[in-house]
Design a binder for this molecule. Sequence first.
Ligand SMILES: [Zn+2]
Length: 199
Amino acid sequence: MTSRRHILPAGQGAAFVLKAQETATLRNPYGTQVVDTWALSLSDPLEYSAMEHTRSVNSNLFLERGMCVMSIQRRTMMTMTEDTTPGRHDTLLCPCNAAIYRELGCKGHHRSCTDNFHEAIAEHGISLLFTPASLNVFMNVPVADDGALDRLPPVSKPGDHVAFRAEMDLLLVLSACPQDVTPINGSDHTPRDIEVDIA
Ligand SMILES: [Zn+2]
């Protein structure tokens, strides 16, 4: 089977059509980059990936290998078929947006995963008036016994990858998170490229 290799540049977003049974592999060349991830049904973009149903069906706060990404209609959209990381992909925190960068003291425009999502779907002729919660691949948000969340650098190693198999025809939307104020994309606060293979 032939595969298509794409580079998702640091801080940028892109959307890829995945037919049912096609697989997208997200490779983290430096190990430090978070990828905010969404799926939209190709037949109805209002059927989007829903972290509340994903947590409910998997009975887990994290997405691990073998688990499914569910839609807002509670249908299976994707299965995580491969994962070379310790397997703690966050489902809890929101995609970054302009308000977060203002809270962090950034002046003027700062790229965000929310903007990347809307720009990427617009290139496929889709517009949504809201931003679904993202699956935050490679993002390390440990949950303490008292419920407290932390935001730590990824635990993935250079070259680690995850793979998703599409279970329906969908648009896979990815954002190489541009966060460079907090250490969520590594302790050196430097967003980096991600490699995407579609097969
Ligand atoms: Zn982000």
